[in-house]
Write a protein that binds this ligand. Structure first.
Ligand code: NAI
Ligand code: MG
Length: 330
C-alpha cells in the first residue's frame, strides 16, 4: 500500500487536485490518502501558511501531491518550504507537445532539470530598517551543482535523450555561476556519450523561442529554471499542460508548474492536465510504470478527441468534467 499525502493548497489548487483524486480513484492501486493544509486558507485558519503537521504528513508519505498556493505577503512559501524540508533537490519539468492542442510548436519534447533548494530562492533576503535597501543571497554550492548535473545526465540516459545543456549567467555572476558551470563540466566528463554544451540564460530565452527542437535536457539554477519552464509551457500551449516532479534521495513531491491562478480560481474551469500528468510522474517515481503510461495516454487521448475540454483549450467544460473524461479514457 502507498501512503500519499495530498496538499491541495488554495485557488485552482483545490480544483485540480479534485481532478487528480478522480484519476487515483480509478486506478487499480492500493492507496492510503491523507490530506494536509497549506496556503492562504491555512493562513486565515491557522495563522501559518504551512503548518508543521503538513510537513510531518509529507515526510511520512511515500509521495506527495501538491496543487498550488497563493503567495501571502511576508509569509513563507509552502512549496519552497516543502522542497527544502523534503530535500527534493531536483525539479524535473518536461515540456512536451500534445496532438490536438493549439500551440506554437507541436513537435517538442525536452526536459528542464532545475536546482530546487538554493540559488536566488535560498530564502536569505534582508531589508534595511529604513527600507531603503534590500538584498537576496544567491547561494550556489559545488555539492548541489554537481548533484543537479548528475541528475540531468542520468535523466538524459534514462529517457534516451542525447544532449544536456547547462544554462547560467557566468559572464556576470562569475563566482556563483562560475561554480555552477564548472560543476556541470566536471560531471559531464563521466558521460562521454552524451553531448554537453552551455548557454547564457539570456541567449537561451531566445533560442527556446526560435529553435526549441534543438534541446533535449536543460540543467539550470533555481530562478532561471522557474522562468524557462513557464516559457517552455508557453511553447506547447500553456501552463495547463506542464507537470513537474521534485525529486530527492528520500522523498518525491509532484505538482503542476502553474500557480493558484486567482484570475480563474473558484470557477471550476482550470485545466486539470498538468496536475494529472504530475500524478503520472508520481506513478513513475513509485515504479508503477504501466499505470504511468496509462495516465499519460488517457490525457493524450482526451486532448486529441477534443470532446471534453476546459476553456483554455477552446472547450466549454469544467475541471471535473475534463478530469472524468480523462478517467474514462484510462
Ligand atoms: P499562475 O500560474 O497561477 O497563472 C498564470 C496564468 O496561467 C493565469 O492567466 C492563469 O489563469 C493561467 N493558468 C495557470 N494554470 C492554469 C490551468 N491549470 N488552466 C488554465 N489556465 C491556467 O501564475 P501567477 O498568476 O503568476 O500567480 C498566481 C499566484 O500563484 C501567485 O500568488 C503566485 O505566487 C502563486 N504561485 C504558486 C505556485 C505554487 O504554488 N507552486 C507556483 C507559481 C505561482
Ligand atoms: Mg514558477
Amino acid at each position: 500500500m502507498y501512503k500519499i499525502t495530498i496538499i491541495a493548497g488554495d485557488g485552482i489548487g483545490l480544483e485540480v487536485t479534485n481532478g487528480a483524486k478522480i484519476i487515483l480513484d480509478k486506478l487499480d492501486l492500493d492507496l492510503s490518502i491523507q490530506e494536509a493544509e497549506a496556503g492562504n486558507n491555512s493562513f486565515k485558519k491557522n495563522g501559518i501558511t504551512i503548518p508543521s503537521e503538513t510537513i510531518k504528513k509529507a515526510k511520512k508519505a511515500d509521495a506527495v501531491l501538491f496543487g498550488a498556493t497563493t503567495s501571502t505577503p511576508n509569509e513563507k512559501s509552502p512549496i519552497i518550504t516543502l522542497r527544502k524540508e523534503l530535500k527534493t533537490y531536483g525539479n524535473l519539468r518536461p515540456i512536451k507537445s500534445f496532438k490536438g492542442v493549439k500551440c506554437i510548436y507541436n513537435d517538442l519534447d525536452f526536459l528542464i532539470v532545475r536546482e530546487n533548494t538554493e540559488g536566488l530562492y535560498s530564502g536569505i533576503e534582508e531589508i534595511s530598517k529604513d527600507k531603503s535597501y534590500s538584498c537576496a543571497l544567491r547561494v550556489i554550492t559545488r555539492a548541489s551543482s554537481e548533484k543537479i548535473s548528475e541528475l540531468a545526465f542520468k535523466e538524459c540516459e534514462v529517457n534516451n535523450y542525447k544532449k544536456v545543456t547547462c544554462v547560467h549567467k557566468s559572464n556576470v555572476l562569475k563566482k556563483t555561476d562560475g561554480i555552477f558551470k564548472e560543476s556541470f563540466y566536471k560531471i559531464a566528463k563521466n558521460y562521454p556519450k552524451i553531448v554537453s554544451n552551455d548557454y547564457y540564460v539570456d541567449a537561451m530565452a531566445m533560442y527556446l523561442i526560435q529553435n526549441p527542437q534543438k534541446f533535449d535536457v536543460i540543467v539550470t539554477s533555481n530562478l532561471f529554471g522557474d522562468i524557462l519552464s513557464d516559457l517552455g509551457a508557453g511553447l506547447v500551449g500553456g501552463l495547463g499542460f506542464a507537470p513537474s516532479a521534485n525529486i530527492g534521495d528520500e522523498h518525491g513531491l509532484f505538482e503542476p508548474v502553474h500557480g493558484s491562478a486567482p484570475d480563474i480560481a473558484g470557477k471550476n474551469i482550470s485545466n486539470p492536465s498538468a496536475m494529472i500528468l504530475s500524478v503520472a510522474m508520481m506513478l513513475e517515481y513509485l515504479k508503477e510504470y504501466e499505470l504511468c503510461e496509462k495516465v499519460k495516454n488517457a490525457v493524450e487521448k482526451t486532448l486529441k478527441e477534443k470532446k471534453v475540454l476546459t476553456p483554455d483549450l477552446g472547450g466549454v467544460n469544467t475541471t471535473i468534467e475534463m478530469s472524468k473524461a480523462i478517467g474514462n479514457n484510462l
